[in-house]
Design a protein around this ligand. Structure first.
Ligand code: NAD
Ligand code: LMR
Length: 441
């Protein structure tokens, strides 16, 4: 079997150790000859990399491991780049969440003004990574799960139309696993139909391999409990604030009783509820800094100090095994069905063919082929058209350096009540993002 060479971009990410452990656990189906970490923050990456180096020697000494901040070294001779960068890191995420909250507007990582601000930072970072990849390993595929995925995907469509970049999100994967708990099935044995934009979509069908319709049971359960499940052995989305989000899906269902919603729709359909239930001085960024970031970096320091991972291993992020599924689909042409963010091209029949949509695709060695989902109803179509316009305006604002387009984007976001509030938020965001955004005129 072919052995692959991988670079993880965003080597200092809180997700890196879990993903490396998961990849080492999957070497039997996705063999790796070389694994490199790349980050533009050498110090942050080094803490994780030193610990990962110790772990790798103990569990997979045959895999060559290295880390670097040099793009040439990182991107030379690689088959896959797994990208999970966060331009501006948690310090900027915190501002993305807190600035809108000053105006009683949803402050969230990927939705509303926070997502727009993050998008304006991510585009440049992602385009740079793609340039490095194409310069040093032109045949490499980038599997990108850096957020905000919708805006990044639209920027790729416009600025890098021929690049081998596949944008994918973990949220539908996680929710499908919860559906599996609800109906007592292995998620791998469930066939779904789904349409939407990233963090903005609906399942229209869930069946088992025999064709048994699981929707009635799922709709009934979710209408009462949301996606809260008793059995949930999850490594992701377990904090208390996430439990509220899973539960809120019950209220999302009330607006569309026939489809199962993506949990992120709560930010668009119930923004007032979200604002009421958010502490403006302690947002999700703070939870992650005090939780996931602290845990991962403490574990790394403990491994470095002990000189061994025995007794204090990083946990395996099984949640992220979809990344290996995706790499296998491309590397071994498995044509596995997965939800990807792709150009619509008629998959949603009555929606803009050039929109970057999230739909089931067959993934093979030429990338994802979207599967036709047919027509969608007026309510969802209207919401998606508005949100698509927001995402497109952000990308245009970034390319053109246009203040007006970014103000339009914020004004059009369903989470923002008026053009005047949009302007106040925008002016604060510009001030906060001076180091990262292009200058807007
Ligand atoms: P993090 O801040 O811990 O890590 C991000 C890393 O990216 C940092 O080390 C930072 O220095 C680096 N970075 C920033 N800009 C860069 C650039 N231009 N070039 C190279 N490196 C750069 O963030 P995190 O919480 O671990 O999230 C990382 C990303 O993964 C985010 O975009 C997040 O939304 C996304 N994400 C991944 C998953 C998953 O399952 N893997 C799930 C949800 C979200
Ligand atoms: C994150 O980094 O925070 C995302 O995985 C989503 C979340 O809020 O946990």
């Amino acid at each position: 079997m072919k052995k692959f060479s991988i670079v993880i971009a965003g080597g200092g990410s809180t997700y890196t150790p879990g993903i490396v452990m998961m990849m080492m656990d999957n070497l039997h189906r996705f063999p790796i000859r070389s694994l490199k970490l790349y980050d533009n923050d050498g110090e942050r990456q080094e803490t994780l990399a030193k610990a990962i180096g110790i772990v790798m020697k103990e569990i997979a000494p045959e895999v060559e491991f290295s880390y670097t901040t040099d793009p040439k070294e990182a991107f030379t001779d690689v088959d896959f780049c797994m990208a999970h960068i966060r331009v501006g890191k948690y310090a900027m995420r915190e501002l993305d969440e807190k600035i809108p909250m000053k105006y009683h507007v949803v402050g969230q990582e990927t939705c509303g003004p926070g997502g727009i601000a993050y998008g304006m930072r991510s585009i440049g970072g992602m385009m740079e990574l793609i340039d490095f990849m194409e310069k040093y390993s032109p045949d490499c595929w980038m599997l990108n799960y850096s957020n905000p995925a919708s805006i990044v995907a639209e920027a790729c469509r416009v600025l890098k139309p021929n690049s081998k970049v596949l944008n994918i999100c973990d949220m539908p994967v996680g929710t499908k696993r919860r559906m599996g708990y609800i109906v007592g099935r292995d998620p791998k044995d469930m066939d779904v139909k789904y349409f939407g934009l990233n963090h903005f979509g609906w399942w229209t069908s869930v069946k088992d391999k025999d064709g048994t319709d699981l929707m009635p049971q799922l709709l009934d359960y979710v209408s009462k409990n949301g996606y809260l499940t008793e059995k949930a052995v999850e490594t992701q989305h377990m904090d208390e604030s996430w439990q509220l989000t899973h539960k809120k899906a019950a209220d999302l269902l009330k607006l569309e009783p026939d489809f199962l919603p993506n949990t992120y729709l709560k930010y668009y359909l119930y923004p007032d509820y979200v604002v009421e239930h958010t502490d403006p001085n302690h947002t999700r960024a703070n939870e992650v800094i005090e939780g996931r970031e602290k845990e991962v970096f403490s574990a790394a320091r403990a491994i470095i100090q002990a000189g061994t991972a025995k007794g204090g291993e990083f946990s395996i992020d099984n949640h992220a095994s979809f990344i290996v599924d995706l790499a296998c689909a491309i590397g071994f042409n498995t044509r596995e069905q997965m939800l990807c963010i792709v150009e619509n091209k008629g998959a949603i029949s009555n929606f803009d063919p050039t929109a970057m949509v999230e739909v089931p695709c067959l993934v093979g060695n030429e990338g994802p082929e979207p599967l036709c989902q047919g027509n969608i109803p007026t309510f969802e179509k209207g919401m998606m058209e508005e949100q698509l316009a927001v995402e497109r305006l952000v990308v245009e604002a970034w390319i053109e350096g246009s203040y007006l387009k970014l103000w339009q984007a914020l004004t059009l976001s369903k989470t923002v009540p008026s053009a005047s509030v949009a302007k106040q938020i925008l002016d604060d965001l510009i001030e906060a993002n001076k180091e990262y955004w292009p200058e807007l005129k």
